[in-house]
Design a protein around this ligand. Structure first.
Ligand code: GLN
Length: 492
């Protein structure tokens, strides 16, 4: 079969169970596609072909014996921020280019236990800092819709791999939009779960109070399949919630769009820099939801202007602390011929980290320093609470909140935006992380250059089922999520 990559996860699972094809065939199909197509996309940092085929053989045994689970035998790509035992786990950094993890992240362990096949590890902005995936030691990844453009970031490799059909589904992480924005730029569905829903154990830390793992896929249905595998309490992550995870697949039709109250924040649609095509596509998608029975309600989110400054204090502050462990002593990159210990630290860190990571360590260290701690870090934490309260107030009158995922479509590779311009592009995603809320991106059309546009729906705490269900119903009534980039139409 030449078109196995066109199947949804549900269709793949059915095909595997009814022995229409084996996991080995399915896996080989993706490995062939990666070999032929990925040199132009650069989505993979590491392809684990041998391991994938061994895992596929094991999955085929389970399928034959009738003891398989929901996703047994389905291939997947992991963002290179998840630790994978025996496999390089680089976080996109020269600092970890030589790091072979001695253990699996919980997300990886859960995927393995579910019989999922690991195709490899995919590219990302260094330590998840960025919005283009250009901040990677392994070079930029291309957007499958137009190879001159970025796939977004930081989970750009995950998004590009799925959009080019080099993996049917991928894991990503979202600290300030890194699942939703690349999903938006690549025409995919991506879910950022509530903080604490998916274990952070073994996920290389960027900003621990904001980091959260989740799926990138073509549809809400596909995302639900992976959520069923990765969500849940983990005693190895003290911030993971003890609350039982939902059955996201069973709940796909659980929320009716009829009567659903969708909040439209006034402030969000007046943001300077909101691209006209993005605005138009998002508004059209909301009109469609209205036709399906949703009630659109204008709301106020008065803290909008505080989002970018608050995130860009808290995230770098936490990053400067988390990244202090990379000192050239215990593991990772070590500078050659140090003259003394201080020289070893200094050169290992300045040679091992890229420019954006160094910038954030500097910002964070400054904000946490004794003289400025109260003025910057403590103040940002207070504003963070106000941002959360703003959302909670809104959820008293609406069920979900709608927004663009990003003010623009995918930038050109090498566009070289200033750091501040780049940071302003995160306006629609970062508040969700500051508040710890779940949110989803769904593709809703294209701009005039045929680059995808995404709609973001933000839910109240633990409303992942509701978000997936609303997007699932939208996707039953529309066809945007089935559109494929030309490169995905190529056969291996
Ligand atoms: N673009 C944002 C940043 O650079 C978000 C990144 C993320 O979610 N990891 O911090």
């Amino acid at each position: 079969m030449t078109d196995l990559h066109r199947l949804s996860i549900r269709e793949m699972a059915e095909g595997l169970k009814s022995a229409q094809f084996s996991s080995r065939e399915l896996t080989q199909h993706y490995l062939d596609r990666i070999a032929k197509i990925d040199p132009r996309v650069n989505s993979y940092v590491t392809v684990t072909a041998e391991l994938a085929l061994a895992e596929a053989n094991a999955a085929d045994e389970l399928l034959k014996s009738g003891t398989s689970g929901l996703m047994t035998g389905i291939p997947l790509a992991h963002k290179d921020i998840f630790c994978t035992q025996g496999i390089k786990s680089s976080a996109g950094s020269k600092m970890l280019d030589n790091f072979i993890s001695p253990y699996d992240a919980t997300v990886v362990a859960k995927a393995k236990a579910a019989g999922i096949v690991t195709l490899g590890k995919v590219n990302m902005d260094e330590f998840a800092m960025g919005s283009t995936s250009e901040n990677s030691y392994y070079g930029a990844t291309a957007n499958p819709w137009n190879l001159d453009h970025v796939p977004g970031g930081s989970s750009g490799g995950s998004a590009a791999a799925v959009a080019a059909d080099l993996a049917p589904i991928a894991t990503g992480t979202d600290t300030g939009g890194s699942i939703r924005q690349p999903a938006s730029f690549c025409g995919l569905t991506g879910l950022k779960p509530t903080y604490g829903r998916v274990s952070r154990f073994g996920m290389i830390a960027y900003a621990s109070s904001l980091d959260q793992g989740g799926p990138l896929a073509r549809s809400a249905e596909d995302c639900a399949y992976l959520m069923n595998v990765i969500a849940g309490h983990d005693e190895k992550d003290s911030t993971s919630i003890e609350k039982e995870a939902d059955d996201y697949v069973a709940n796909l039709n659980g929320t009716s769009v009829k009567g659903l109250r969708i909040g439209i924040p006034k402030q969000y649609f007046n943001v300077a820099g909101l691209n006209a095509d993005v605005k138009a596509r998002v508004e059209e998608s909301l009109k469609k939801l209205e036709e399906m029975g949703a009630i659109l309600v204008e709301i106020d989110l008065n803290m909008t202007e505080a989002y970018v400054p608050t995130y860009y204090l808290i995230a770098p502050a936490e990053a400067s602390s988390n990244l202090s462990r990379f000192d050239g002593v215990r593991y990772g990159y070590r500078a050659e011929n140090p003259v003394d210990l201080m020289d070893l630290y200094k050169r290992s860190r300045s040679e091992g980290f890229g420019a954006e990571v160094q910038r954030r360590i500097l910002i964070g260290t400054y904000a946490l320093s004794a003289g400025y701690y109260d003025a910057y870090y403590v103040k940002a934490q207070k504003v963070r609470r106000l941002i959360q309260q703003d959302f909670l107030k809104a959820f008293e009158s609406v069920d979900v909140i709608a927004a663009p995922s990003a003010p623009t479509t995918a930038y050109k590779i090498g566009a070289n935006l200033s750091p501040v311009e780049m940071y302003l592009g995160d306006i629609y995603t970062i508040a969700v992380n500051l508040a710890g809320l779940p949110a989803i991106n769904a593709p809703v059309g294209f701009d005039q250059n045929q680059l995808p546009v995404g709609l973001q729906l933000i839910g109240n705490y633990w409303s992942e089922s509701q978000l997936l269900s609303v997007v699932h119903q939208y996707q039953q009534a529309t066809d945007w999520h089935n559109q494929r980039a030309a490169i995905a139409e190529e056969n291996a």
